[in-house]
Design a protein around this ligand. Structure first.
Ligand code: DGJ
Length: 729
């Protein structure tokens, strides 16, 4: 059993073959954090926790003046009784105070991992894949229980954490803050790394040294956001792509979040992630339980790359679900950039004829097919086919597409409502709003109030009807604005600050129901590109539209940054027309294809207007993509050269059995008289001989990794090359 309880020293040891995590119950009351990192056999508590009396650090234990919660490394700290650092939680009680005294009550260790109804989370398929520890703390005066959940995976270097508050008393309490986890590291000699951005520029990497005090990232936009991904990592100073210790945290949640890091004067680093406490209060009545979202905690001693590969395996196999989880995804054509709202059935048929001819497998009809939606000013909520554009309905178009041997996909934006819609005229109170206040528009639309059960039921039934109305194989689930005037007509005064989280629970119920009703549909989530690229969404929809920016150069950074946490099989990547819609740049078709081929390949262009040469190029690249698709989707990723550091980018995917690999190389601007370039490959078997692109001679894996694969630089901007590396028989 990889969770041991040492009754005498009151120490829990969670471990697998490679990692250890130790918790000690100090003074029989307080769960202290001892260690998380590479596997160690056992800890001697005396040498681990050294107490020292510190001026102005109060003690809760009069018999032990050296003891203070202010200096104790803790697992789930409170505020108000001695620890002046950022607390993991805060409750407000009946008398208005926020003082709590949760102390250890009991614990349970069991195989497997429990499922939290209504919330996305990592899962197990067999009980023996993981073990779970639940430490129960109690505040006996309040009659509230606090459960700290820990699961350790056997074959992944992952610990998951979450907490739940249970009101076993007779009075309600308000939860003002509830982080999913908190951990205190014993030093502050770290860098921290996170992914920031905005629309069309998502998930750029930022790495900085820690400073004293608090540093944090968060979202208060009602979505995980383009601006900050719910992910943060601590890196040892020497950590690079391939070496050094990295501690990565990701939150399985799609709404407002906060990740905070506080360095105190004694160089303790407190790291926490959870629901953003800003503008959040949850009323917990007697008999009710509040379950936090889950945090995924990855340890790597093989640098950032090692962390990414663990996140990839976890997200791909134990967060994503459904029949597409382990399958490569169809190559699609989406009509958005080709037509925007301006299409007819004839135009769509022409596009689909051209798509079929090129070997495209799925035709996706994007925005504009319903109501009076000829621009973005109306009709969200009026989900009735526009017969002027589609005289034969969705079914007619879908049937046509399918006779061409392709699947049919549809764009929807179920969470939104246009003020200019019949739905809004019927139900003006169905959007998020605050009575008497302005309803701020974004992209001319408002957000449906998914904290309401009746609105969620309407969404479920409306989209059940649509998905049943035609042979639909794929759905792109879009969401094109963030929340303002966050309030609900249905909730009483004291529950208004629950709205944003209730919205997420409502959304998860909708997604849970629809994906269960339509298991054959491949769902792709989208929020103006990558505004909600998070593990919560991936639990319901196994892929996400990475960004509305399809420029091949910009995409290098976006896809590279995204790959820190998310595997290629979860990323939608499309080849689009030039000049590019977002940046006006002209890049060759070959490079646009090569960038998109490093993830789920798709096209989003006027393919009926291609030249003969362009058609030949696309056909050739699609053929080649079929050869490498399994590797890209399910291989191990090694990043070789970063687009954040220069003109060259390279990454590679290696098959789990190391018999095959595919290397992608991109050069942005050509250089005069450039130095010779060798890409030092990674992840190969040093003793196996490999051929590149089936050309002799063959090289041993160690030569390719230590000396490198020679890349010929050509005299051309925006060049790219893909190398297929295959083991010799
Ligand atoms: C935003 C998406 O990211 C685009 O791909 C497209 O679907 C538009 N919405 C349609 O309104």
């Amino acid at each position: 059993m990889p969770i041991e309880w040492n009754e005498q020293d009151k120490i829990f040891h969670l471990y697998n073959q490679r990692i250890s995590y130790f918790i000690q119950i100090v003074h029989g009351k307080y769960p202290a954090h001892l260690y998380w990192g590479s596997r160690v056999q056992a800890l001697q508590p005396a040498s681990i926790l050294i107490y020292k009396s510190r001026a102005f650090s109060p003690t809760t234990e009069p018999g032990d003046p050296k003891f203070s919660l202010d200096t104790l490394p803790q697992e789930y700290p409170a505020f108000g009784n001695g620890d002046f650092r950022l607390p993991a939680y805060q409750l407000r009680t009946r008398d208005g105070s926020t003082i709590t005294e949760f102390t250890y009550d009991s614990h349970e260790i069991f195989p497997g991992k429990p499922h939290f109804e209504g919330l996305p989370a990592a899962y197990v398929e067999e009980e023996n894949e993981a073990d779970t520890l639940v430490i129960t703390m109690v505040d006996s005066m309040l009659g509230i229980g606090l459960n700290l959940h820990y699961t350790i995976y056997r074959d992944l270097d992952v610990i998951t954490r979450s907490v739940s508050f249970e009101n076993l008393g007779s009075h309600q309490v308000e939860i003002h803050k509830c982080m999913s986890m908190s951990i205190d590291f014993r030093h502050s000699n770290w860098d921290w790394l996170h992914l920031h951005g905005t629309w069309a520029r998502e998930r750029h990497i930022e790495r900085q040294p820690l400073h004293h005090g608090t540093q944090m990232i968060s979202s208060a936009r009602g979505a995980s956001s383009h601006q900050h991904n719910p992910f943060v990592a601590l890196l040892s100073k020497n950590a690079s792509e391939d070496h050094g210790e990295v501690f990565g945290l990701s939150l399985v949640y799609s709404g407002n979040f906060e990740a905070s890091i506080e360095v105190d004067p004694f160089e303790t680093t407190r790291l926490a992630i959870g629901i953003n406490p800003f503008d959040f209060i949850w009323v917990l009545k007697p008999g009710e339980t509040f379950q936090s979202p889950e945090a995924l905690m990855v340890f790597s001693k093989e640098g950032i790359g090692g962390m990414s590969r663990t996140f990839h395996r976890l997200l791909r196999t134990r967060v994503c679900r459904g029949i597409y989880r382990d399958k490569t995804r169809p190559i699609l054509l989406n009509n958005w950039e080709a037509t925007r709202f301006n299409f007819t059935e004839e135009k769509l048929k022409k596009l689909s004829d051209a798509a079929a001819d090129l070997g495209i497998e799925l035709f996706v009809l994007d925005d504009g097919w319903f109501g009076r939606r000829n621009n973005d000013k109306s009709s969200l909520g009026d989900w009735v086919v526009n017969r002027k554009k589609l005289p034969h309905g969705l079914k007619g178009l879908a049937n046509y597409v399918q006779t061409k041997g392709m699947q049919f996909g549809l764009w929807v934006e179920p969470e939104m409502i246009s003020p200019d819609s019949d739905l809004y005229r019927r139900h003006p109170d169905w959007c998020l709003h605050v009575k008497g206040r302005n309803r701020t528009l974004s992209r001319n639309q408002l957000v449906l109030d998914l904290s309401r059960e009746d609105v969620c039921d309407w969404v479920i039934e409306t989209f059940t009807t649509i998905f049943n109305s035609a042979p639909i194989n794929y759905v792109k689930w879009d969401m094109n604005r963030n929340m303002t005037e966050v309030g609900s007509a249905e909730l009483p005064r004291e529950r208004q600050k629950e709205t944003a989280h209730r919205y997420m629970l409502g959304l998860y119920r909708i997604l849970g129901t629809l994906t269960k009703r339509f298991p054959e549909i491949l769902f792709e989530s989208c929020s103006g590109g990558g505004g909600r690229f998070d593990p919560g969404m991936l639990y319901y929809m196994p892929q996400t539209w990475t960004s509305d920016d399809t420029d091949a150069v910009e995409r290098l950074k976006i896809q590279y940054g995204t790959s820190l946490v998310y595997p290629a099989v979860t990323m939608g990547a499309h080849v689009s027309d030039v000049p590019n819609h977002q940046v006006g740049r002209n890049t060759p078709l070959k490079m646009r294809c090569h960038v998109a081929m490093a993830a789920n390949l798709g096209f989003e262009m006027n393919i009926d207007k291609l030249s003969k040469d362009e058609r030949v190029t696309i056909k050739r690249e699609i053929k080649f993509y079929h050869q490498i698709q399994e590797l890209v989707c399910f291989g191990d990723l090694y990043r070789l050269l970063s687009p954040f550091e220069g003109m060259d980018t390279a990454w590679m995917y290696v098959a789990p059995d190391q018999q095959q690999a595919v290397v992608f190389y991109y050069r942005i601007l050509a250089a005069p008289n450039p130095p010779l370039l060798r890409l030092k490959l990674r992840g190969l078997n040093p003793k196996v001989k490999y051929r590149t692109n089936n050309v002799a001679p063959a090289y041993f894996g160690d030569e390719l990794m230590k000396i490198g694969l020679a890349v010929t630089q050509i005299k051309k901007d925006f060049s790219s090359e893909i190398f297929l590396i295959q083991a010799m028989e």
